[in-house]
Write a protein that binds this ligand. Structure first.
Ligand code: SF4
Ligand code: ZN
Ligand code: ZN
Length: 453
């Protein structure tokens, strides 16, 4: 099920057939739509729509094009309009220097005032930005220490800006323009930021995707946007539907948080969520927070941890999957006995196994567990994190001995597992070449960079 986070259903060209448009969108798998206003009269129309249709949500605010008569007195009016459960954001607001509809200083004044209202009432903002990147980034950075949460809609800025936006924990959404032949730069941005920060939108009635380009856009066409994002991330369209809907829940509070998944599919792989427990405390890890991966909720307490029999039953025929991966928002070797039992079953039934680990399994189990990989674990993927022991310890909230332990574990794993991969997360201050040297030259492992953005 898709959520179209941006459809202007109050436009006159929906006047005669809105019920059909909505029916088509439901048939195309759209289960929720957010309608952002562009000025005060359309904010009132949005409020009518959210009251009329239970799966329509709205945003109220003044678009940069309509700010030429802006006065701060409007804030009170917007605040009143926003005072409804189904008005989930202030938007769309922002800057647009492409058209000259409103003077820049008015646009900036209105934008900042509406951001401040959103912060005050604790609702997110939906941002429109066109040819105004420099001022936009300056303004957004100035709110970095607040509770501002923003969706950058119809994103067409630079990759560097996209990365910075995501780092500040905001979201980016793409429209039908991602399907256009000449939109390589948009596709490049979409492929370089993690799906945990992407949302879907149509921007109806504009930005109609291929193969309907040139006609009126409508929420049903959001599936073409989802298909393109799936393609650039080498995922399935179901993956994109699930993760983007979870993102909408996180940002706008629409829908429900999914139940915990103890096993889950991404692409052609099956993942086994083994535990949330870990001996480390990585700065970038969210196991004590949302514990979300690709739209799955992995949160579990110790007494919810399933036994081997549960996983075996859930797996069914292991040969259905490209790989079956022991992971979790935690360290799976903490439950090494269970992992071994399940791995034995998978191997006997002709499946392929991978263990994602921090490389402290021998320390945790107080014995060298790597000889037990033989015949059970085809690939071991170890988080190297950094080639610098001090930085490694700092990132993981541990001491430098753990670096040596992980290196030893990797060397031993090379003897007993079919294949060893060492990974780092692409964060700015990690020396990628130093890490690569450790993985490839010291261990003889394959080196991989996991994208954090
Ligand atoms: S080792 Fe993995 S699970 Fe443990 S804290 Fe670090 S990132 Fe999280
Ligand atoms: Zn817009
Ligand atoms: Zn819009």
């Amino acid at each position: 099920m898709f959520i179209d986070t941006h459809a202007h259903l109050f436009y006159p060209n929906f006047e005669n057939d809105l019920d059909d448009v909505i029916k088509n969108s439901v048939e195309a798998g759209v289960d929720k739509i957010i309608v952002p206003a562009t000025d005060i009269p359309t904010s009132e129309k949005v409020l009518e729509l959210v009251k009329k249709y239970d799966f329509i949500y709205g945003a109220v605010g003044v678009h940069p094009h309509d700010t030429k008569d802006w006065s701060n007195e409007l804030i009170e009016k917007i605040e009143q309009l926003a005072d409804h459960d189904k008005i989930v954001a202030i938007g769309e607001i922002g800057l647009d220097y492409h058209y000259d509809f409103s003077p820049k200083d008015k646009q900036i004044e209105a934008f900042k005032a509406q951001i401040e209202l959103a912060i005050k009432i604790n609702k997110p903002v939906i941002i429109h930005n066109r040819e105004s990147d420099e001022d936009m980034m300056k303004i957004i950075r100035s709110y970095a220490d607040t509770n501002l949460r923003a969706q950058f809609h119809c994103f067409n800025g630079s990759l560097d800006n996209a990365k910075e936006i995501v780092k500040m924990n905001h979201f980016i959404s793409f429209t039908g323009n991602i399907t256009f032949k000449n939109a390589d730069s948009v596709r490049n941005i979409a492929s370089n930021i993690s799906v945990e920060h992407i949302m879907l939108e149509t921007d109806s009635p504009f930005m109609t995707p291929e193969p309907h380009r040139g006609k009126r856009n409508e929420p049903a066409y959001v599936k073409y946007v989802a298909e393109k994002i799936a393609e650039v991330h080498r995922l399935k369209v179901e993956d994109i539907a699930r993760v983007t809907s979870f993102n909408v829940f996180r940002m706008f509070g629409i829908g429900n948080k999914p139940e915990t998944s103890f096993t889950y599919v991404i692409g052609d792989n099956l993942y086994l969520n083994i535990t949330n427990r870990c001996n480390a405390h990585c700065t970038f890890c969210d196991r004590n927070g949302e514990a979300e991966v690709s739209g799955y909720n992995l949160k579990m307490s110790k007494n919810e941890e399933p036994d081997a029999e549960y996983y075996i039953k859930e797996i069914g025929d292991p040969a259905k999957y490209n790989e079956i991966i022991f992971c979790g928002y935690g360290e799976p070797t903490i439950r090494w006995q269970t992992v071994k039992e399940v791995a034995r079953h998978i191997k006997e039934a002709g499946g392929k196994t991978r263990l994602n680990t921090n490389g402290h399994g021998s320390l945790i189990n107080k014995k060298d567990i790597t000889p037990e990989f033989k015949g059970l674990i085809d690939t071991v993927s170890i988080s190297l994190n950094s080639g610098d022991p001090r930085q490694y310890a700092e990132m993981m909230g541990l001491d430098t001995n753990h670096f040596n332990e992980m290196i030893m574990f990797a060397k031993n794993a090379r003897k007993f597992a079919g294949h060893v991969v060492m990974t780092i997360v692409s964060v700015d201050n990690v020396d990628v070449e130093r890490a690569r040297k450790v993985a490839e030259e010291k261990i003889g492992a394959e080196f991989r960079i996991r994208h954090f953005f």
